[in-house]
Write a protein that binds this ligand. Structure first.
Ligand code: FES
Ligand SMILES: [Fe+2]
Length: 358
């Protein structure tokens, strides 16, 4: 259920799926922003995406076969390469020369980096992609395997579906005031509310909570790592990416959380973890339980929120603790406007200190 002036942002990169979910020669059918998308990885390892509907008589192409190069529709055998080009219509006899490019399938731009596959969802009403210099998020320091144990592949990935419109999942990610009520756990923080004072700065297509020391009772998990006082920096960027980087001594732990709209009532949240701590991989089963618990708490409260949202109430965001949510809506509106007007994006976020109790 949508509220206020909510809309799904287009002409931007969304998280599609973790790289390791699609092996060479494989195809996967997904829905993003209400559109059926077929992702394929060819024999050379390149991922491509096209509309998962045969232009002939609308059978999903994913019902057919992919031979590592071309997709063949299961109904009449029309074939398409990974760029969506129609390459064969088997029923045509030799004299029936036809311009097959009339039957191409819509393709989508795809990028792959650091174990993540991103898809560019353009405006469906425009044939030309909008001019935007927005790029996929890349986590500095994890581009190559060589750096201090840093690896470009995530050590851990968790995906969870939320039964809500994308905005509610995004706003929940950046909402500091819900933690003491929603995320109660012995390993996460004590129950006492205390005042937080944080400096925020505008950053590309979003904003960043400036690097700060984690309080002694914050992030107990990090204290297990040892090696100093953990420091954290959290950034948000359009359309829906949150990157939290924690340093402990010489080590870095970075998590990327990306939110992808599936439909107006379903959203996928992907949590990806990178670190310079090689042993993190051994704790996958434990991390899985923690992530399921943590994200599950967010999902449970969002499910409850849907009960109220059915009545389309106007939501009352307050100053300070909801400021990040307000910025999100402002960023979204400004991005959509700048694309529509064909002009440069002007970040609406003004550097400032926010205070709240959490
Ligand atoms: S429906 Fe796909 S080939 Fe006819
Ligand atoms: Fe949460």
């Amino acid at each position: 259920m949508k509220n206020n002036d909510n809309f799904v942002l287009r002409n931007t990169w969304y998280y599609a799926l973790p790289s390791n979910q699609i092996k060479p020669g494989m195809m996967i059918s997904r829905i993003f922003l209400g559109e059926p998308v077929l992702l394929v990885r060819d024999q050379n390892g390149k991922v491509s995406a096209m509309r998962d509907i045969c232009p002939h008589r609308a059978v999903p192409l994913s019902c057919g076969r992919f031979d590592g190069q071309e997709v063949e529709c299961c109904y009449h055998g029309w074939r398409f390469n990974s760029a969506g080009r129609c390459t064969a219509i088997p029923s045509l006899v030799e004299e029936q020369q036809m311009d097959l490019s009339r039957f191409d399938v819509q393709s989508y731009e795809v990028r792959e980096a650091q174990g993540n596959i991103w898809i560019y969802m353009a405006d469906p009403d425009k044939s030309q992609p909008a001019a935007s210099d927005m790029e996929i998020p890349v986590i500095p320091g994890f581009e190559e395997r060589s750096l201090r144990g840093a690896s470009p592949t995530p050590q851990f990935v968790e995906v969870m579906k939320f039964p809500c419109f994308v905005d509610h999942a995004v706003v929940g990610l950046m909402d500091p005031a819900h933690s003491p009520y929603v995320h109660r756990a012995w390993w996460w923080r004590s129950g006492q509310l205390h005042e937080e004072v944080k400096q925020f700065d505008a950053s590309p297509y979003g904003f960043t909570m400036r690097r700060h020391r984690l309080p002694a009772n914050g992030g107990r998990l990090y204290l297990l790592i040892g090696g100093g006082v953990p420091e954290t920096e959290i950034s948000f960027r359009l359309p829906s990416v949150r990157i939290e980087e924690t340093t402990i001594g010489n080590h870095r732990v970075v998590n990327l959380t990306a939110v992808t709209p599936i439909s107006d009532t379903e959203t996928e949240v992907t949590f990806v973890l990178y670190s310079t701590l090689p042993w993190v991989g051994f704790f996958k089963p434990l991390l899985h339980v923690l992530a399921q618990t943590f994200l599950g708490q967010d999902r449970t409260v969002v499910e409850k929120q849907q009960i109220g949202l059915k009545y389309n109430p106007v939501l009352r965001l307050i100053k300070d603790s909801d400021m990040q949510a307000q910025w999100y809506y402002q960023l979204k509106r400004e991005y959509a406007r700048s694309v529509a007007e064909g002009r440069e994006f002007v970040n609406p976020v003004k550097d400032q200190v926010l205070r709240w109790r959490a």
